[in-house]
Design a protein around this ligand. Structure first.
Ligand SMILES: *Cc1c(COP(=O)(O)O)cnc(C)c1O
Length: 474
């Protein structure tokens, strides 16, 4: 039955809603690791292409049953595996409506409400992050696309400054662009370079310290020697350590050489939302573009990120899709499709608007502070255990850990790997495995809205227990 009778909608949606509620109620009590791995989930889902349709209620029932054992728990209070936000219930509710309303956020005409929510939420985001209010902001799928979009604007602007129109003429024959990037930058910044024809490896790598921060003095020298046109990519919140590059020194030096400065701040830019962590980002507002996520610290559901560009014209020139059938927005009006790569697009402004309203400035600050306090608490507990080493300062919400400190490096790798596996199979919390400076590490990222000190302590104890079991001391 391809068409739905109006009276069939309510039972179907109520059932989806009930299943969602049951899952969210259960999450704090279920094992933090999924019961099924990918292979088991794939076996469950595998089936021949359906030749004919099924009752949507049956389909929904099957979906819930098949998916459940393979569902991860980022919405729970003890998920620390990656920097993955907790999909706050208020954001989810707005997101449900977004789907139910079936709005296309491509332009003002296609959904006046979706465009309006984006415009207002964009203004709020610039205030919360305290970035230049004249910037333009686009709603993208995440920081990966935000990095891509911002670097496309950067590419266009620096080439335009030397008389080359990359949007029209492409990169063939263009003056070479120098890209300077920290060696511990996020893989998605490199991926953006790869997509933009700037080359993942055709870069000047700026050396980083043991926190993953660009070392300032050699970077200043590299900047002074850089040939223009140039783009510099800095980072607010290193994935493993949460460290910040020295914006106050590096941004003005990059501008001195005429470079465009982009900052990847997927989660770290939210440090600006709290008086206690804001100083970590000092000088970041002088950059030219920024990438930040909604689905990390702001707790919107997936997928939601923001690209922010100071030079509105450069942003729009890089992204504008022009076609005769598309309505032109009034001069000066923000056109949502002129600041992102896509045309048809999910209306992410609704969930963003709802999350900012729900938490408010105070609530966001409280959450950032709470997560940073949890990270310090976990680091202190782990440091107190002989043989566990916390790598780095824990200035934000990331705790990077190495086990078997007294062992030789290979043994330490083995113990670290086994401890991570044991923590996961014990099921109290979910932690990340990582590698840091060529060695195995455990990453403990505090980012989910439900995490508090009690849950964090309980999780730290479970890590200590798993470590003791691994080395046979209990
Ligand atoms: C998560 C992250 C990204 C990628 O963001 P997505 O939202 O996964 O696309 C980029 N940079 C940093 C620093 C990150 O933490």
């Amino acid at each position: 039955m391809a068409r739905t009778r109006p009276e069939d909608i309510a039972p179907l949606w109520r059932r989806a809603c009930e299943a969602a509620i049951a899952f969210r109620h259960d999450v704090p009590n279920r094992a933090a690791s999924p019961q099924d791995d990918y292979a088991a989930s794939l076996r469950a889902f595998s089936a021949p292409l359906p030749g004919s349709g099924s009752d949507p209620g049956d389909v929904l029932g099957d979906l819930v049953r098949l998916a459940d054992p393979g569902l991860m728990t980022p919405t729970g209070p003890r998920f620390f595996g990656w920097v993955i936000g907790g999909s706050h219930p208020a954001g989810v509710a707005a997101d449900w409506l977004t789907s139910a309303w079936g709005q296309n956020a491509g332009n003002h005409e296609a959904s006046p409400a979706a465009s309006a929510a984006e415009t207002v939420a964009a203004g709020w985001l610039l205030e919360l992050l305290d970035l230049p209010r004249e910037s333009s902001l686009g709603f993208v799928t995440g920081a990966t696309m935000a990095n891509f979009t911002a670097l496309a604007a950067a590419r266009g602007a620096v080439l335009r400054a030397v008389g080359w129109d990359v949007e029209s003429d492409g990169l063939f024959g263009a003056p070479p662009v120098t890209v300077l990037i920290g060696e511990e930058a996020h893989a998605t910044a490199y991926a953006a370079l790869q997509l933009l024809g700037l080359g993942r490896d055709r870069v000047v790598r700026l050396p980083a310290d043991d926190q993953g921060r660009i070392v300032t003095d050699p970077a200043l020298e590299a900047l002074a020697a850089a040939r223009t046109p140039a783009i510099v990519i800095l980072q607010a919140g290193q994935l493993n350590t949460g460290a910040f590059d020295d914006f106050a020194a590096l941004v003005p030096a990059a501008h001195e050489t005429g470079a465009w400065v982009h900052v990847d701040g997927a989660f770290g830019l939210w440090a600006r939302a709290s008086g206690r962590t804001r100083a970590l980002t000092e000088g970041v507002d002088a950059a030219d573009s920024w990438a930040v996520d909604g689905h990390k610290w702001l707790q919107t559901p997936y997928d939601c990120g923001y690209v922010i560009v100071r030079d509105r014209e450069a942003h729009e020139r890089a992204m504008t899709i022009a076609a005769s059938y598309l309505p032109a927005s009034a001069a000066g009006d923000r056109d949502p499709s002129h600041v992102v790569p896509e045309l048809s697009r999910r209306a992410r402004g609704f969930a963003t608007w709802a999350m900012i309203r729900t938490l408010g400035r105070d609530g966001i600050e409280e959450m950032v502070d709470r997560h940073c306090a949890c990270a310090r608490l976990v680091a202190d507990r782990l440091r107190a255990e002989p043989g566990i080493e916390v790598l780095g300062d824990v200035g934000l919400n990331q705790v990077l850990v190495r086990f078997g400190a007294e062992l030789d490096a290979d043994e330490g790798d083995r113990v670290t790997r086994e401890t991570v596996a044991r923590v996961r199979s014990d099921g109290v919390c979910f932690v990340g495995g990582s590698s840091w400076r060529g060695r195995e590490a455990m990453r403990f990222s505090v980012i989910g809205v439900e995490t508090d000190e009690v849950e964090a302590s309980r999780s730290a104890e479970s890590v200590v227990t798993a470590y003791r079991k691994t080395v046979g001391t209990s």
